[in-house]
Design a protein around this ligand. Structure first.
Ligand code: PLP
Length: 228
């Protein structure tokens, strides 16, 4: 617990330094703590330390953990993983932001999963920064069409873009491409200004390239428990 507090404080200090070095206001950054594979108790401990944004990348884990943690004032669950269309209802029930919309069919499924009293769902377009179509994310050539499709979904609010840095190139040039893709999305919807980028190994570069939402796991939580 003390270690957790110390790691959180250390990461937050690095975020502030990186923002200032980039001439940015640290208060415009949202630090999401990625809690995947860790027990619900970790989310409760983080909450007690003031964390209000947590991220999960598997629907089943998101659903189970959000129920176990229970309602907490101001706590926002972010879904950052690949979503199957038949799990859209479960994702929507547990998360209020979905970072990983990469196809029109998924947007439609999330939209159709709204009940009459569902709040608007914030969504980001996940963009594939690699040439490998299996890596997840819409290919850059499809950005405008997907952005237009999402803006036509009645219960979805398009917020911006998300990406994971490629494994086989330095992160900075990839995040610069992402910033350009963000501008293309804003040409469709000017308010969609969020850029979700930056993990434990590359959040400093992401901040320098304009990231607004950082998804940081192990630097804060410690190593993830292995899982079969
Ligand atoms: C696990 C995960 C992260 C956090 O990874 P760390 O390297 O532990 O910070 C961020 N984004 C996504 C999509 C993830 O799956």
């Amino acid at each position: 617990m003390d270690d957790l507090a110390a790691r959180l404080a250390a990461v937050d200090a690095r975020i502030v330094d990186a923002a200032r070095a980039a001439g940015r206001d640290p208060s415009e950054l949202t630090r999401i703590v990625v809690t995947k594979f860790h027990p619900a108790q970790l989310v409760a401990s983080l909450y007690d330390l003031g964390v209000r944004d947590v991220g999960e990348n598997r629907q089943q884990e998101l659903s189970a953990k959000s129920v176990e943690v229970g309602p907490r004032e101001g706590l926002t669950w972010h879904f950052i993983g690949q979503a199957q269309t038949n799990k859209a209802r479960a994702v929507r029930a547990a998360a209020s932001v979905v970072h990983s919309v990469d196809r029109a069919r998924l947007a439609d499924a999330l939209d159709a999963a709204a009940d009459d009293d569902s709040p608007m769902l914030d969504v980001l377009l996940q963009i594939n920064l690699t040439d490998d179509p299996t890596r997840g994310g819409v290919a850059p050539g499809g950005i405008e069409a997907l952005a237009e499709h999402v803006t036509g979904c009645r219960t979805l609010r398009l917020r911006g873009v998300m990406a994971v840095a490629p494994l086989d190139e330095p992160p900075a040039p990839a995040f610069e491409r992402l910033a350009a893709y963000s501008e293309r999305v804003r040409a469709v919807l000017p308010d969609a200004s969020w850029i979700s980028a930056g993990m434990t190994g590359d959040f400093v570069e992401a901040i320098a390239c304009g990231a607004t939402h950082l998804r940081i796991g192990s630097a804060i939580t410690g190593p993830r428990p292995t899982r079969g």
